[in-house]
Write a protein that binds this ligand. Structure first.
Ligand SMILES: Cc1cc2nc3c(=O)[nH]c(=O)nc-3n(C[C@H](O)[C@H](O)[C@H](O)COP(=O)(O)O)c2cc1C
Length: 179
């Protein structure tokens, strides 16, 4: 609270708080994201003590249902690893968090199609296919075919001259084109 008070007095009005203590001796940054217990209640209290500040909670959230629950107590929720492990998580957010019905979120297939010109653009400038597709591996998380999508990409992106056809072939591993 002292820290937030001091920084707020200097003009900052928005705070994103990772809801656990970092142990600066003995734990690596990675361990510090899992080992110390989460203390959401402390962040809720911070918002109560400083209602005029925008308080955003962070740490361990993986579903939009959790986000909805948190929004009862704080102004915003930041998701890190949950989004990386399941990037399509945010496709639903416009509707379920912001109430925006249109335009509908693109399907995962449409997301991949939309990535193709972008991938080509960067391949033409010498970037490796894997540098982009590694961030797409989790796009089908929780859906049928996700293992085959990941395996196909992993096994083929490093092929000599691999281009967007590899991404198209990987997409063909997913049985339901409506996803
Ligand atoms: C790969 C990775 C890199 C991160 N780098 C930073 C960083 O540079 N600065 C920072 O303040 N937090 C960093 N974080 C921490 C996140 O901002 C966040 O507080 C943490 O991942 C907990 O939220 P989560 O459970 O939603 O992932 C990083 C997290 C990860 C997974």
């Amino acid at each position: 609270m002292d820290f937030v008070q001091t920084v707020a007095e200097a003009g900052c009005n928005r705070f994103t708080v990772h809801a656990r203590k970092a142990w600066l001796q003995g734990l690596s940054p990675k361990e510090n994201r899992t080992v110390p217990p989460l203390r959401y209640g402390d962040v809720h209290r911070l918002k109560q003590e400083f209602p005029e500040l925008i308080v955003e909670i962070n740490g361990g959230f993986t579903t939009l249902t959790q986000v909805q629950e948190q929004l009862e107590a704080v102004d915003a929720v930041m998701i890190g690893r949950g989004a990386y492990d399941n990037p399509y998580l945010f496709a639903e957010a416009d509707r379920s968090i912001y109430g925006v019905e249109f335009p509908l979120a693109p399907t995962r297939f449409q997301v991949v199609e939309a990535m193709l010109p972008y991938i080509e653009h960067w391949l033409n400038r010498g970037l490796k296919l894997n540098s982009i597709t590694r961030h797409m591996l989790q796009l089908f998380t929780g859906q049928p075919g996700t293992k085959r999508w990941k395996r196909y990409l992993s096994e083929n992106v490093c092929r000599l001259g691999a281009g967007i056809e590899v991404v198209r072939e990987a997409l063909a591993q997913i049985p339901d084109a409506g996803l």
